[in-house]
Design a protein around this ligand. Structure first.
Ligand SMILES: C[S@@+](CC[C@H](N)C(=O)[O-])C[C@H]1O[C@@H](n2cnc3c(N)ncnc32)[C@H](O)[C@@H]1O
Length: 314
């Protein structure tokens, strides 16, 4: 038997602000976190990290000006560590706001890049695991999201070039991203026969297809292809599955890197409450349009002042 439709009024808060400090969210008030942060060492996010942390901006400038290869390498390491320290502030806040037994799902990809003359892997997924374990999260088995295959790379140049069939200098293509899964403490506890939990059940087919390590989900864009590409939006299917797997109807779901509002949109559809943080105010019209047309109650505000109060919100 699949999830039963249930009449429930849910609330959806969009906060235009920095999720490294989630002052608006009370301790132990969130049941599930689903997010996809900016990926460290992926070029499209360089400026975001430089804006978030002056130390990254400075280290980058010094790296570019530095003549000595060894010292440049030091800056590469420093920048990578600082990017993850910034993300870890959000993971720390997430730990604070999650209930006991609450789950955090983090979609992240590793990065390959030539820096300081060396083509290499920056294994973002393992850095996130290290940080989350240090914070106190329990690491659970993760999912490999198999992306539609991109072109194989040779020396980071996007193609195999002339020697594409000659060993040994080609690299494996990064065609999977990670969906890391963490829990705060032990499993969540429910009263026997909890009505909302039972109404949230998944089918056998859903269970067999979802609780497996490799997901083959197309990265299809939904409503705003250009913006969704710019912020690397995930397809609705990702938060849809995770919400059905790790939350029950009426729960509160948080996305601290909301982007275009995909998580909120799915939460509305699945009768979960939601909170989303997004630092880039220019995304607000897309978020409003995406979630507004679904007749949600929204509270949109910056860290400084209320921007918008949806109908019915006190
Ligand atoms: C990979 S995108 C998220 C895409 C989203 N999953 C979607 O489907 O549209 C990451 C987002 O995090 C935002 N961001 C980066 N640092 C932030 C921070 N400290 N607080 C809040 N938002 C942040 C970026 O502006 C960007 O929109």
């Amino acid at each position: 038997m699949a999830e039963r439709p249930i009449e429930l009024k849910t609330t959806h808060r969009i906060i235009i602000g920095d999720s490294r400090r989630m002052e608006e969210v009370e301790d132990e008030s969130v049941h599930l976190m689903i997010t996809s942060p900016p990926y460290p060492m992926i070029e499209m996010w360089d400026d975001t990290f430089k804006l978030l942390d002056e130390r990254i901006d400075k280290a980058w400038e010094r790296m570019e000006a530095e003549g000595d290869e060894k010292k440049r390498e030091g800056y590469v390491r420093e920048i990578y560590e600082l990017m993850h320290e910034n993300l870890a502030e959000v993971w720390r806040e997430t730990y604070r706001v999650l209930v006991d037994g609450g789950i955090a799902c983090i979609n992240i990809g590793d990065a390959t890049r030539s820096l300081n003359g060396v083509f290499r892997l920056f294994p973002n997924h393992s850095k996130v695991i290290e940080h989350c374990e240090r914070i106190g999260f329990v690491t659970l088995p993760y999912i490999l999201w198999k992306k539609p295959t991109t072109k194989p790379k040779y020396k980071g140049k996007g193609a195999f070039l002339g020697s594409g069939f000659l060993p040994p200098n080609a690299y494996v293509t990064l065609d999977c991203e990670f969906i890391l899964i963490f829990r705060k403490g032990g499993p969540r506890r429910f009263e026997p026969h909890d009505e909302l939990r039972y109404a949230s059940r998944y089918t056998k087919e859903e269970r067999d297809g979802w609780f497996t390590q490799i997901w083959d989900v197309a990265g299809a864009r939904q409503t705003h292809p250009e913006v969704e590409r710019r912020v690397a939006a995930f397809p609705e299917e990702i938060p849809y599955r995770l919400m059905r797997m790790f939350s029950v109807i009426g729960d509160t779901v948080l996305d601290p890197f909301l982007g275009t509002g995909t998580t909120t949109e799915v939460a509305i559809r699945l009768n979960r409450n939601s909170i989303g943080y997004e630092i880039d105010e220019s995304l607000l019209p897309v978020i409003k349009e995406k979630v507004g047309k679904l007749n949600a109650t929204l509270t949109l505000r910056t860290l400084r002042e209320d921007l918008y109060r949806g109908p019915g919100e006190g």
